[in-house]
Write a new protein. Structure first.
Length: 131
């Protein structure tokens, strides 16, 4: 897995195999009515997004790591720059974690999918030739 391909796919909501089709039906993670709605397959290359039932349970571990990352960032900011009192930083961090929860959920699923599906130049080349 090329890390730059995984980052691109994750940040743009694109298929990890061809970088063309969408994974989630809505591009905006804050459309809360469709937060969990994912395409079954890629509209361009046909990649199946859910390899088996319960496939995305593993994304919980990625979500845990991302959330821990948010806490580490806030801890570092608090220690080096902010020096707020405990209740202020606690309120800010809790509000932040809730605010970025839809983004964290989406990124965790996309990263999990990228662990198992790699970018394939040959598929992209074939797609360009058939157009």
């Amino acid at each position: 897995m090329g890390i730059h391909h995984a980052i691109y796919s994750t940040l743009t909501n694109k298929c990890p195999r061809c970088h063309q089709g969408k994974v989630f039906t809505a591009n905006n993670p804050y459309e809360l009515g469709s937060i969990f709605k994912m395409e079954k397959t890629c509209s361009c290359c046909g990649q199946v997004y859910e390899k088996e039932a319960g496939f995305y349970y593993g994304a919980m571990y990625v979500s845990y790591a991302l959330t821990a990352g948010w806490f580490i960032i806030w801890f570092t900011l608090q220690s080096l720059l902010l020096h707020w009192d405990m209740w202020t930083i606690l309120g800010v961090v809790i509000t932040w974690i809730i605010a970025v929860a839809p983004l964290t959920l989406r990124w965790s699923r996309l990263l999990w999918l990228n662990f198992f599906v790699s970018y394939d130049r040959e598929v992209v080349k074939e797609l360009k030739e058939t157009k």
